[in-house]
Ligand binder design. Structure first.
Ligand code: SF4
Ligand code: SF4
Length: 146
């Protein structure tokens, strides 16, 4: 996303008014956009309260790609070592198991009871885990989140 797009924000607040997460957390997406123009906000925890529902992006009257901007700001934050412990744990799961949320035997049993087969993932094809690990390592993911 071009910085010039964000500069067209006129602080109307439509994004904040459309934000379901902001109703329950300290997330104020209008303020995030405003602050990101002026300073480094990598250490702002609010960045991680966004659920990426895209409401704000769909409704911004300026056509600013608000959610994409948040994802971009998060990527910058991670590169600076700022990531929530819970998200770091999810990344660790992905590196170790090939699943951000590993499926356990209990849930496999529940799936079987309602007629669902095992998902087509590395749990079913364990030999693919090596490929997932190689991919994550080669793109620098492991280094970013360790
Ligand atoms: S909806 Fe768009 S123009 Fe309005 S405050 Fe949010 S980002 Fe800025
Ligand atoms: S994408 Fe994030 S910031 Fe935008 S409305 Fe949804 S939760 Fe709020």
């Amino acid at each position: 996303m071009k910085n010039s797009e964000i500069l067209t924000c006129f602080q109307c607040g439509t994004c904040t008014g459309s934000c379901p997460s902001g109703k329950y957390t300290s997330l104020n997406v209008r303020r995030i956009i405003k602050d990101s123009i002026k300073k480094d906000i990598s250490d702002q925890l609010d960045l991680w309260m966004c659920t990426t529902c895209y409401n704000c992006q769909e409704r911004c009257p300026r056509g600013i790609k608000v959610t994409d901007a948040i994802l971009s700001l998060r990527a910058q934050a991670v590169k600076k070592g700022s990531i929530l412990p819970a998200h770091r744990a999810v990344c660790k799961f992905l590196i170790e198991t090939g699943h951000a949320v590993p499926i356990d035997d209990i849930h496999i049993t529940i799936r079987e009871k309602i007629g669902l087969s095992e998902p087509e993932t590395v749990r079913k094809y364990p030999q693919a885990l090596k490929d997932v690990k190689t991919l994550l390592e080669s793109c620098g993911f492991n280094e970013l989140v360790k």
